[in-house]
Design a protein around this ligand. Structure first.
Ligand code: UDP
Ligand code: MG
Length: 324
């Protein structure tokens, strides 16, 4: 199965402007590192622009390129999972299509892996061309996540990394649908090493992660690796119980002192506060329950519509449904 010493896996969603440049830079880097002993797996995640046509052209012109077309937009993490499933290299280099993460770091990552690591991940020390809001939310998110989860998920990392075949095989055997791949890789353990780097601005186009997707991604990450939010109900229950007890003491004391406690306003505030806490807790439970429900269906993670590659026709006989 291991046909190449290196696979480069790139999930792409509406990246038509950058694909040629991506191909040029990745090809040159790979040639320098391993000669022709690599494949470039481009996964089209249901793009609505010309990305797929460009990928097919690249695959027809360059036999190192494998173009994988998903049946619709499955989302970044599932598109990446599809690429990881299809690729055959002994080492797998994961990259975004927008060239924010420099492919030129491959040589350094390879060298670190030669020293016996299973995973070498890029850790951003600087991010260019991104909004202050994105930087701030990303910063806060990784700190919050690390307080909640029991494993150590390194801060400020993306999916930009080099993985050994062993790590990729383990990752492929994890069947969960709501995937937070950088966390899943940390969960595997083995020897992992950080490589600090500066993240560039997008080469072309704009981010495919609007706020709504960022929030969903963050919730996937937290629920995927922690059940702490489920305990929020118990903690809040205790605090509200203590508050109620203190209030009871106060009310009884006032009664014996001959005062009537007035409090329509405070009553309304208390009811609203309790109601919102209860709804919040129900929402958190619903979040976990919904995930349990989706997982219980056991559907495939993604559907591959077709694979175009010049050199390896046997790849085309991959079953249509790929299950992680
Ligand atoms: N992407 C994808 N499917 C999606 C959204 C994004 O395959 O539904 C790809 C996108 O083409 C890019 C990578 O995921 O290669 C990361 O997305 P982006 O660069 O927009 O995220 P950001 O760097 O802004 O967090
Ligand atoms: Mg990006």
């Amino acid at each position: 199965m291991d046909k190449f010493s290196l696979s480069v896996v790139v999930p792409c969603y509406n990246e038509e402007e950058g694909l040629h440049e991506l191909h040029r830079r990745v090809s040159s880097v790979c040639h320098d590192c391993v000669g022709d002993n690599y494949e470039l797996v481009l996964v089209n995640d249901g793009s609505s622009d010309a990305s797929w046509t460009i990928m097919c052209d690249l695959a027809n012109q360059d036999q190192q390129v494998v173009a994988v077309n998903l049946s619709r937009n499955h989302g970044h993490q599932l598109a990446l999972s599809a690429g990881l499933q299809v690729c055959r290299g002994e080492r797998v280099f994961v990259l975004d299509a927008d060239l924010q993460d420099p492919p030129e770091l491959l040589a350094k990552m390879m060298a670190l892996m030669d020293e016996g690591c299973d995973v070498v991940y890029g850790q951003r020390i600087k991010r260019e061309g991104e909004t202050a809001f994105k930087k701030l939310t990303a910063f806060a998110f990784y700190r919050l996540l690390n307080r909640m989860v029991d494993i150590n998920i390194p801060s400020d990392t993306g999916d930009f990394r080099l993985m050994s075949r062993r790590a990729v095989d383990i990752l492929n055997s994890m069947p969960e649908h709501h995937r937070f791949i950088r966390g899943m890789v940390s969960w595997i353990g083995l020897r992992q090493q950080a490589l600090p780097y500066e993240r560039a601005a997008r080469f072309a186009g704009e981010t495919k992660y609007p706020l709504s997707k960022m929030i969903r991604f963050a919730v996937d990450a937290i629920t995927g690796f922690s059940v702490h939010p489920l305990r929020v109900a118990s903690v809040l229950g205790i605090w509200f119980g203590v508050a109620a007890l203190m209030m009871l003491v106060y009310v009884v004391a006032q009664y014996f002192l001959g005062n009537t406690v007035q409090g329509w306003t405070s009553l309304a505030v208390i009811i609203l506060a309790l109601g919102s806490v209860q709804l919040f807790v129900a929402g958190v439970m619903g979040e976990y329950l919904g995930r349990l429900y989706m997982e219980s269906k056991g559907r495939p993670l993604f559907i591959i519509q077709e694979i175009v590659c010049a050199s390896e026709p046997e790849l085309k006989h991959l079953p249509l449904h790929q299950k992680g």
